[in-house]
Write a new protein. Sequence first.
Length: 669
Amino acid sequence: MTELRNVEVDLARFRTRVFVLSMAVVFCFVLVLSRLVYLQIVRHDDLRAQAESNRTAIVPIVPNRGLIQDRNGVVLASNYSAYTLEITPSKTANLESTIDELAKILDITSRDRRRFKKLMEEAKSFGSLPIRTRLTDAEVARFAAQRFRFPGVEIRARLFRSYPYGELASHVIGYIGRINLAEKAQIEDDDNQANYRGTEYIGKLGVEQSFESQLHGITGVERVETSAAGRAVRKLASTPSTPGNVIVLSIDIKLQKLVEDMFGDRRGALVAIDPRNGEVLAFVSKPTFDSNLFVDGIDQDNWQMLNESLDKPLLNRALRGTYPPGSTYKPFMALAALELGQRTPATLINDPGFYMFGGHRFGSPESDKTGIMDMRGAIVNSSNAYFYSLANELGVDRMHDFMAPLGFGQITGIDIFGEVRGVLPSQEWKKKYYKRPEQQRWYAGETISLGIGQGYNNFTMLQLAQAVSIMANGGTRFKPQLVIGTQDATTHIQVAVPKPPPDNLGFKPENVEVVRQAMVAVTKEGTSARVFAGAGYISGGKTGTAQAVGLSQKEKYNAARMEERQRDHSLYTAFAPADVPQIALAVIVENAGFGSASAAPIARRVFDYWLLGQYPSAEDLVAVSKGLATAPTGKPRVAAEVSWPREDIKTPTAASVGPALPASANLSR
């Protein structure tokens, strides 16, 4: 009985265990079934999309960047495609060792290594960075044969920017460079992130930067089927990219080249404007730099050379360099006297060669002519005493209020970024500029030098050229314009960029004419008469000599005893033809002395080119570049027959730069 009872207990225990185990199996089965129902029914669409995405990839197609042309259709910036060797640092175990091994297959110089290191410091991302660019087909083949040895390294086909004329007009054209973190954040803030997918370069300076949205184009997309390893197998669908627009500049690149050649190795700037519409015909800053240096990412040696040079080649002197205008300011002072009723053309002022005020002697080093001066004589002979006394009569604030509408010390609104305001002084300006109360007070003696364009006056050549343009056209202010049109790269339809309406400053025509005729007399009997002797047109102008460093009251200027960079600047402002002006300009040659010696000869050749179609003879061009010229020498050449742009430099059209490339285009796909 006992044994039978034990068997029944064991059977009951066994049945309980079987039941519990069965319930556990049923529970697990229900869980699996529930999971299957959830995955197959509830998440069916979502999982199907994920599976599809594992099989396909969306690749952006970077558009061709728009070309940049001058007013005559000469291409100044274009594109070409080439292979690059790129490394993704995050996918490379030992970066230095990888580069050393790559150097055994391909030519990787120390310059390439320094540039790569600089790119790594700037990028601060996990993307690929180029270690070599412009690989030949043979180099591509050598790497492809050993690609398996280099994880994180690949060959990519990329579009590169090309500036066929190198240093010419580099401050106007600008350059492109790799997108940095600040620019990436700006793109995201502007809701342009989608359009910049796959884009690694962006405009950094000049027209390239200011017209980035026009030049970039619209990014396309390509849908491709991928293998399990993530490599593209075939293209499923695509939406082509739209190339960027062609940007048409107002400058004449041949004139630009002529001016840059006339500067030679000297520093300075020139801005030439059409006074009838504000179009900028030449926009020169010397020295220049080669924009091509920045295309691949500039190496440390070149960057240091450009950034630390005493000549400051990266400074756009036409847009950002500020200078005292010297005697080129006097015609505007004369116009202020007439418009404000302070003096008449016949008012006579004695010029003994100096001006006394508050016990201080203000000298007149520019002109040896003294005596009784009316307004015309004061401009023609560049009388300092006449304008010293005029400044004292007007006062700093009246001068400020009259000069501001002419553009002095103001943002002109030119259509590229980076313009500076300069300084048009007033009592209010000084209070804001200086922090200490004793420095904020305006002293009457500070007003005197303002009348001859010295003192606190500091303006750009762009501002001075705009003011001369206003004088030339009788008092109408146009906004300076560098870009006059855009052209669709696909349809080739060109659209003019709208010009802002001009402002009439309301000057009395008879007052403007008095000053204009005095400026004409400067070129006939005044300080620039020798330079404009024999010209086939009548022009108006004004020479200027501006101090680069201040001198004490008792110190006499002697260029021979001064360091080259301490010598006076040479300036000239002019317009031509005098009756119906078609061009107005302002030019400065730094530390070159009197305006008639260096600046005026450049202006003469610019007018000869623009109005007469003449190009200086070779010997004359050399003389001008050294500051040794007056009127042109030798037989001038016909500008249209001068073989420039050079025939050996290709100027591609939008159709010749190759198709747009997917951002992921590389040999592994």
